[in-house]
Design a protein around this ligand. Structure first.
Ligand code: BYC
Length: 336
């Protein structure tokens, strides 16, 4: 599928050079979409498999903290919205696995990488959902951060990923609104409800900022990903955009952010914020967060419990193919 014959890799950087590479670079510069059967450098393919699969795993693992509250939603309206949201996340995972598969990797391989702890998923889903207000905070902050990161991915240079992101972003936008509306209702409710909303904001704020990844100085993949137009903005730029958009929303509903250094900078027109605890980030990303083990165990169990569904689907598909083949033979016989 990928003709490498005319292209040689630089032994130190691994960068490929040659006519295919030149054409690829020109297509990226011209904002053309790269499609699965087009030539692409190996590093581009690997980066996409890594990012898209991490994104898919995040969607699937992300169903767990919220799914936990479906049976405890306080009203039928809230239950229906939460159920729809969690189902949407499952759908996002499926589009993203399908987009990754177009790059020549199998779903089984990707799922194995998640279950063995080899593949990452977003750090945010390793925090527990302790109260109902956490459902509001996740929608408002986590989906809000996801949208900020993902809207530019609709312009990603790889066709299948960019197209998947368009629908995903529309759904994330509904998720963000339902979360903010939930937080707003609690923040304007009884003193106990307001305290619950404030406590959820206190716990989810910093982990939400960590979703954008390490600071630009420590982001090993950003330069390449931006040159290839997979990423359009750096981690720090997106984080700042998120802070600028979110702080006024929180203040509007009467909540305070757990950051004594948060202040509006008249000169830059941005909100300055305090230092992120990068030790915590790297601890959570490397598997030692509050819920990492619980999340992985839940995914592995779900996969094992679903083995019979996969077996039944395969058996059904084999039966259908055999029936179709028999029907073809019978038709050919009748025609003779
Ligand atoms: N958590 O060089 P960097 C959602 C890893 S939300 C865990 O900056 P890159 C949802 C990174 O993978 C979340 N790992 O990397 C919302 C890399 O690891 P390796 C999912 C992280 O790729 C609501 C290393 O750290 N969204 O979907 O240029 C409900 C160095 O980082 C994190 C996406 O995945 C993190 N927070 O930039 C349900 C969006 N940050 O492989 C679901 C697509 C960094 O080198 N992904 N790492 O060992 C991206 O935009 C980028 O991959 C990132 C990182 C901005 C996350």
């Amino acid at each position: 599928m990928y003709t490498q014959a005319l292209n040689a890799a630089d032994p130190t950087t691994g960068d490929e050079a040659g006519p295919d590479m030149d054409r690829f670079t020109a297509r990226i510069a011209a904002e053309e979409k790269i499609e699965p059967n087009d030539w692409m450098p190996e590093g581009y393919r690997k980066t996409l498999v890594r990012q898209i699969s991490q994104h898919a795993h995040s969607e699937i693992v992300g169903m767990l903290p919220e799914g936990n509250w479906i049976t405890r939603a306080p009203t039928l309206r809230r239950k229906a919205a939460l159920l729809a949201k969690v189902q949407d996340e499952g759908g996002h995972g499926l589009y993203l696995y399908a987009a990754a598969e177009t790059l020549g990797v199998s779903r089984e391989e990707l799922v194995d990488q998640l279950h063995s702890g080899k593949a990452k998923y977003s750090s945010i889903f390793n925090y527990p959902t302790l109260t109902w207000a956490d459902i509001g905070a996740i929608g408002w902050l986590v989906d809000g951060a996801a949208i900020m990161n993902q809207i530019p991915l609709c312009r990603c240079s790889f066709g299948p990923y960019s197209r998947a992101m368009i629908r995903i972003c529309k759904e994330e936008s509904f998720h963000q609104r339902q979360g903010y509306e939930l937080m707003s209702t609690l923040a304007n409710g009884t003193p106990e409800q307001k305290a619950m909303a404030q406590d959820a904001l206190n716990r989810w704020w910093w982990p939400s900022l960590m979703m954008f990844g390490p600071s630009d100085a420590n982001s090993k993949h950003s330069a390449k990903s931006m040159a290839w137009k997979i990423k359009r903005f750096s981690n720090d730029d997106l984080r700042q955009k998120f802070v600028d958009a979110t702080v006024p929303q929180g203040h509007f509903i009467g909540l305070e952010f757990p950051d004594p250094d948060l202040s509006y900078n008249e000169e830059s027109g941005h909100w300055d914020f305090g230092a992120i605890d990068w030790d915590e980030f790297f601890r959570v990303v490397s598997g030692d967060g509050p819920c990492n083990r619980e999340r992985l165990a839940a995914r592995v169990k779900a996969h094992e419990d679903g083995a019979w569904v996969r077996e039944a689907a395969l058996a059904y598909s084999k039966k259908r193919s055999a029936r179709a083949a028999d029907a073809e033979i019978a038709m050919a016989g009748a025609a003779e």
